[in-house]
Design a protein around this ligand. Structure first.
Ligand SMILES: *Cc1c(COP(=O)(O)O)cnc(C)c1O
Length: 437
């Protein structure tokens, strides 16, 4: 591969500072700050910069690259698919990748989910579920079910619909006037009182609720807030009892992250909607799917004039390349028995977290499957804008790991197939970085 000259790197940085608007980034600080990493390539659990320095990708590039970067099987299958068919719409026509993948997803996910609606990313996967749940009740005799329930700390994506059900106020409060009315519950990570509050809310308002939107077991963006399988089962049961639909947002926790393929499966919960993205195409292409039940699907059947059609779809709905990537990801999970290896990695992570917990700068640690997180003692303004996490971030970069924090929370969500010695190195780097605070 061609070497990346210093000049070429400078050109990238100049163009970036002039024109690229980065996500979740204060651009004034960014422009005035140190040069960002310029990534030239990536392989397995490593990102590599233009000088050939390698960094362990501690968060699978925003939770996406669950099989590491550039998995050869996934890459090959996408290229093969590109030779035959890179794109065609899914409007009244079909293709083998879409049909095969739908079958595989239905087989893989919890019982009851039988139909697959494709879209582009995690946000659209959730948006689809919101609209389907709402429309289902409108046209199936329960038009009063118009509202959604979600949880403080929940994160479901960036569209106005997803932001409406989002419970991370730092990200969402600006858009308040644009959002629809949602009933918010305390985070299930807040313990038994939160569950009691949920039951109360459903008892009072349950008959006006279309859907309950939840991140099963771990609220990711809120700072890896974790709760028990039993709590999730309770929420699922109370939702069903109220006659509302359970919308499981597995965009982050799906694809082995918790140790099972699906967090719902781990908890023994059968949701009415399951939203998946990120690990679904594992960083090869933007891609997403929303699964639902035969009951919901049937509620949209009728003749053309019935008005029961789901008038919704994106340009890249069912994109053959995305389907090929997802099919390859599912094959890799089977062929390489990826899930069977997650427990051992989780065990190693637990040992690493135990060592980290002993550092004076660390307040507490927690873990679910291959998600580990720790709270640093606050050093600045506190919360998401605290700078303790950023100090660890810069120190870890020097030591060869990319550990973008969530405020004062440092977390680990490496590829679920990360080699054990790389995982140990990642935890060791975190320990050294935090110890130097
Ligand atoms: C990332 C994420 C989303 C949004 O996905 P995008 O691909 O960024 O649109 C939705 N829900 C959860 C739980 C997520 O982690």
């Amino acid at each position: 591969m061609a070497d990346f000259s210093t000049q070429r790197r400078e050109r990238v940085l100049a163009a970036d500072r002039a024109h690229v608007w980065h996500p979740y980034t204060q651009m004034k600080t960014y422009r005035e700050g140190p040069d960002p990493l310029v990534i030239a390539r990536a392989e397995g659990p490593y990102l590599e910069d233009t000088a050939g320095r390698r960094y362990l990708d501690g968060n699978s590039s925003w939770w996406v690259s669950v099989l590491g970067h550039g998995h050869p099987t996934v890459k090959r299958r996408v290229v093969e698919q590109m030779e035959d068919l890179a794109h065609c719409s899914l409007a009244g026509i079909t293709h083998e990748p879409a049909a095969s993948l739908a079958t595989r997803l239905v087989e893989s996910t919890p019982a009851g989910l039988e139909h697959v609606f494709y879209s582009d990313d995690g946000s659209t996967a959730v948006e689809v579920a919101l609209k389907m749940a709402f429309q289902y009740f409108q046209q199936n005799g329960q038009p009063k079910r118009t509202r959604f329930v979600s949880f403080q700390g929940g994160f479901h994506g960036e569209t106005i619909g997803c932001v409406s059900v989002g419970g991370v106020s730092l990200f969402h409060k600006m858009y308040q006037p644009l959002l629809f009315d949602v009933l918010f519950c305390p985070s299930p990570a807040d313990g038994p009182e939160a569950l009691a509050a949920f039951r109360e809310l459903m008892a009072e308002h349950g008959d006006s609720v279309a859907g309950v939107v939840i991140e099963p077991l771990v609220q990711g963006a809120a700072g890896m807030r974790m709760y028990s399988e039993a709590a999730f089962r309770e929420i699922a049961a109370a939702t069903k009892e109220a006659g509302a639909y359970l919308i499981a947002d597995e965009v982050f926790v799906g694809f082995g992250r918790t140790g099972s393929m699906w967090a719902c499966e781990r908890a023994g919960v059968e949701p009415d909607f399951l939203c998946t993205s990120k690990g679904l195409s594992a960083g090869m292409l933007p891609f997403a799917a929303t699964l639902t039940t035969g009951k919901v699907f049937d509620g949209f059947l009728g003749d053309a004039e019935s008005g029961r059609t789901f008038y919704y779809g994106h340009s890249y709905c069912g994109n053959p390349l995305g389907c090929a990537a997802a099919l390859a990801v599912l094959d890799v999970f089977e062929e390489e028995q990826v899930l069977a290896g997650v427990d051992l990695r989780a065990q190693r992570m637990a040992e690493g977290l135990e060592a980290l917990a002993k550092l004076p700068a660390v307040e507490s640690v927690r873990q679910t499957g291959l998600i580990g997180a720790l709270d640093l003692q606050e050093r600045g303004v506190g919360g998401y804008l605290d700078d303790a996490g950023w100090q660890v971030y810069y120190r870890a970069l020097e030591l060869g790991a990319y550990l973008r924090p969530l405020g004062n929370i440092v977390y680990f969500a490496p590829p679920v197939n990360i080699p054990l010695d790389d995982l140990e190195r990642l935890l060791q780097i975190a320990e050294t970085a935090i110890a130097s605070l």
